[in-house]
Every structure is written in C-alpha cells, then in structure tokens.
Write a protein of this length. Structure first.
Length: 109
C-alpha cells in the first residue's frame, strides 16, 4: 500500500545504512535484531538473525543482543509506569493516592 515513489526512497535509505562505515556488518545486524524486536517486525527479525549468523555472529552474541533489548524494553516500561503513577498521584505500594492539590472545578464537571 506504500506509494512506489516512497518505497523507492525507503529502499535507497535502507541500502545506505548498510554501506561500509565505522560499524562492521555483523554489528549492524545485531543492532537491526534489537530494532526488529523493539518494533515487533517478525520478518525483519528472522532476516536479520540469518544475516547476523552469515556475518559471523555467535549464538552467544545473539543471546546478549536479545537480553540487552529485553533490558531496555523493561526499563522503558518501568519509566512509563513511574511517570504515569506520578502524573496520577498514585503510590503503587501502599494502595493510596497522594493527596491532591486543591483545584478549581469547572462548570462542566
């Protein structure tokens, strides 16, 4: 459903990210595995795992990449829920809400 012109632009960008640079191809594929996991792209994940293995990644390196991605994802969840609790003035472990500051009530309420 993507306009062919936009698909071409995307593919050119994608190819550019895999040109020779400071990162070797195996490292790029390990990063791509993490990005695939974070974006829930099954096809991407499978393709990048195959390429990582092709470029010399070990099972241990794949496992560590996955573990790091899990850690960052878990940290994001902790961060988001801490922010939500603070915004909602919830004290999650004592079952109470923090005292609300007095506020004006609008006529709609």
């Amino acid at each position: 459903m993507v306009d062919p012109r936009m698909r071409k632009i995307y593919f050119q960008f994608y190819q550019e990210t895999y040109r020779s640079s400071q990162l070797d191809r195996k490292t790029k594929e390990l990063i791509a595995i993490a990005a695939s996991l974070a974006s829930h792209c099954k096809g991407c994940l499978e393709g990048h795992i195959k390429k990582a293995l092709k470029y010399g990644a070990t099972k241990e390196e794949l496992s560590e990449t996955i573990a790091i991605t899990m850690g960052v994802s878990a940290a994001a969840m902790v961060d988001l829920t801490d922010i939500a609790a603070e915004d909602l003035k919830i004290r999650p472990f004592d079952g109470t809400r923090a005292p609300e500051e007095p506020r004006e009530v609008s006529p709609e309420e």
